[in-house]
Write a protein that binds this ligand. Structure first.
Ligand code: 13P
Length: 249
């Protein structure tokens, strides 16, 4: 039986007052449940507000969208994993395609961020995904596995079973183009195989989320695909009733 994970990446949206209004609506639509996990990744500036708004809902988790790899110091404008934890985060995205492709984050930096997350007690939701050019060149699995290996290079593999992973093809993010459930499954199976190699039998239980133009119309069929253990959603997580209908899948 699947215990799906539904993660909302709000990206650079939802100021604290918007986040509060969203959650008031969403919580009314979504009663407490134990058979799935919902995680919100708000802007760092809305993190505290979201944590307070969810304090009576232990079934809903909160994460930060980005961390620096150092724990503290002279890094103006950055947030560390321990600061995020202090503000209420228990999860962090690492390796998101916008970090990689808009901000030039490297595989090595993503690996350092994963290690920083583990040091501070945040669970990484580690993201991998190929560009359209890489896909068309037949390099999807190579790219995704290279990103995965680099992402976990600096951590003890005995920790891996606590992580979450997401496959987000870059060409599917915010474009309205979604991988077919079969395409997503093929890549998820390659990731699963690598997780078995890295973590042994414990690699079996690591949820692998799909992300990229998920909406209320396609969420059910993606979630039903083999090895799709949840969904990581951008645009369609910004509207409370639409997001509630996705997490009720
Ligand atoms: P969209 O759902 O808007 O395509 O974004 C996906 C994503 O990047 C989630 O992290």
């Amino acid at each position: 039986m699947k215990h799906p994970v539904f993660a909302a990446n709000w990206k650079m949206n939802q100021a604290p007052a918007d986040a509060e209004a969203f959650l008031r609506q969403f919580l009314a639509y979504y009663p407490k449940t134990q058979d799935r996990t919902v995680i919100f990744f708000p802007s760092a500036l809305s993190l505290h507000t979201v944590t307070i708004a969810l304090q009576d809902r232990s079934d809903i988790k909160v994460g930060v969208q980005n961390i620096h790899w150092e724990d503290h110091g002279a890094f103006t404008g950055e947030n560390s994993a321990s600061i995020a934890r202090g503000a209420g985060a228990r999860y962090t995205l690492v390796g998101h395609s916008e970090r990689r492709h808009v901000f030039g984050e490297t595989d090595e930096q993503a690996g350092k961020k994963v290690a920083a997350a583990v040091r501070a007690g945040l669970t990484p939701l580690f993201c991998v995904g190929e560009t359209l050019a890489e896909r068309e060149a037949g390099r999807t699995v190579d790219v995704v596995l290279r990103q995965l290996r680099a992402g976990v290079a600096e951590v003890d593999k005995a920790q891996l079973h606590t992580f979450l992973l997401a496959y987000e093809p870059v060409w599917a993010i915010g474009t309205g183009k979604t991988a077919t459930p079969a395409d997503a499954s093929t890549v998820h199976m390659a990731i699963r195989q690598e997780l078995r190699t890295l973590a042994g039998a414990r690699g079996e239980g690591i949820p692998i989320l799909y992300g990229g133009s998920v909406n209320r119309g396609n969420a059910g069929s993606l979630l039903a695909a083999p090895e799709v253990g949840g969904l990581l959603v951008g645009g369609a997580s910004l509207e409370a009733d639409g997001w509630a209908s996705i997490v009720r899948n």
